[in-house]
Design a protein around this ligand. Structure first.
Ligand code: NDP
Length: 330
């Protein structure tokens, strides 16, 4: 028997979240059963906990798009009981029961071994948001970004993706500017390594001109919408935006092709969900190397399963700072 946060949606649309005691026979199919120790709260988890956004189709559902823990049993030769593992992506927590439970059963292909140098709690302080931030930095570097090219913008900087991206970029020697709608988080962002803080209102609305002054060598964008449209008009020649999220909206209204034509800029889509095994391993190894653990710890807000219904609402309103790490056994 084990505990899990179970989300239900009635025919009349009423959503409930309860902490239930479940039996292992209720777990979904998979080759590996994991004793989960930690999970996290990402923006998508907010959608799944509240059963909004259409990500969850079948109820009852156990959310939690990432987790770390110890293999309890495995039908796959790559894993044996006692191995420490981490999981992000593959629609776990959406189409398949996820990490808001003391046990999870998944396909072996979806797991990676916990990288040396990271505890399960630290891996989940990184979680999907931090893993995606690393993928975004890697994509920018693959497209030529180097620290001597000028400032790099991070949007949604006080959120999960933004906090980790800020800390990684600063540690790699980049001049980081963080965009935030929360001026009270300026000190936090500077502690993570941001050189400057840009008020959200300065970046939220495109100027209406196809090109603005060349300002940013690159950008990790967690906000989307008008903000990514504006960043494109302000990129230096050949610069790239790694588009990660849409916390501020999906539509890129009034965007034009002009920055692509006249400044050779790149819009790089980042998808953490379907990353092949080798890329996931490479990103986790880079995280161990490039993300200072003291900075990671200062982003963390600890939580328990019973905190998640409220935190799931808060993250959708952009009110969560840094990374929420859920101890599922607390
Ligand atoms: P968070 O809520 O932790 O961070 C989002 C941040 O965006 C907020 O903290 C806030 O930052 C800012 N923000 C929120 N609402 C608005 C708004 N209306 N206008 C402008 N800025 C806003 O979420 P995550 O960091 O977990 O995720 C960020 C985005 O990235 C989400 O859309 C998520 O779905 C996506 N994502 C995508 C992944 C992928 O594989 N592509 C993986 C992980 C996440 P501040 O207060 O500093 O302004």
């Amino acid at each position: 028997m084990f505990k899990a946060l179970v989300v239900n949606k009635d025919e009349d649309g009423t959503v409930t979240q309860t902490i239930d005691t479940l039996d292992e026979s209720q777990l979904p199919e998979g080759d590996v059963t994991v004793a989960v120790s930690h999970s996290t709260l990402n923006y998508k988890d907010g959608l799944c906990v509240n059963a909004t956004g259409g990500l969850v189709r079948n109820f009852p559902h156990v959310p939690g798009i990432d987790f770390a823990g110890t293999v309890e049993s495995s039908d796959d030769p790559r894993y044996k009981a006692g191995d420490k593992v981490v999981l992000t992506g593959w629609r776990v927590g959406e189409a398949h029961w996820g990490g808001y439970a003391q046990k999870a059963r998944v396909k072996a292909d979806w797991l990676v071994p916990l990288p040396d140098g990271l505890s399960p709690a630290q891996a989940m302080a990184v979680g999907t948001a931090g893993f995606t931030a690393m993928l975004a930095v890697m994509a920018l570097e693959d497209h030529g970004l180097r620290p001597d090219q000028g400032p790099v913008l991070v949007t949604g900087a006080a959120g999960g993706v933004g906090s980790v991206a800020t800390a990684i970029l600063a540690n790699l020697g980049y001049d980081v500017a963080g965009v935030t709608g929360r001026p009270e988080q300026e000190e936090y962002l500077k502690m993570l390594g941001a050189n400057s803080v840009v008020p959200r209102e300065d970046m939220a609305t495109p100027s209406g001109r196809p090109l603005d002054r060349e300002t940013w060598a690159g950008c990790v964008d967690a906000v989307g919408g008008g903000m990514v449209t504006k960043v494109l008009t302000q990129l230096k020649y050949g610069g790239s935006v790694a588009a990660v999220g849409l916390a501020g909206g999906a539509a890129m209204e009034s965007a034009t092709v002009v920055p692509f034509l006249l400044r050779g800029v790149n819009l790089l889509g980042i998808d953490s969900v379907m990353q092949p095994y080798d890329n996931r391993l490479r990103a986790w190894q880079r995280i161990v190397k490039d993300l200072p653990m003291d900075k990671l710890e200062s982003m963390v807000q600890p939580a328990t399963l019973s905190d998640l219904p409220q935190l799931g609402k808060d993250i959708l309103k952009g009110q969560v700072k840094g990374r929420v790490v859920v101890d599922v056994n607390a």
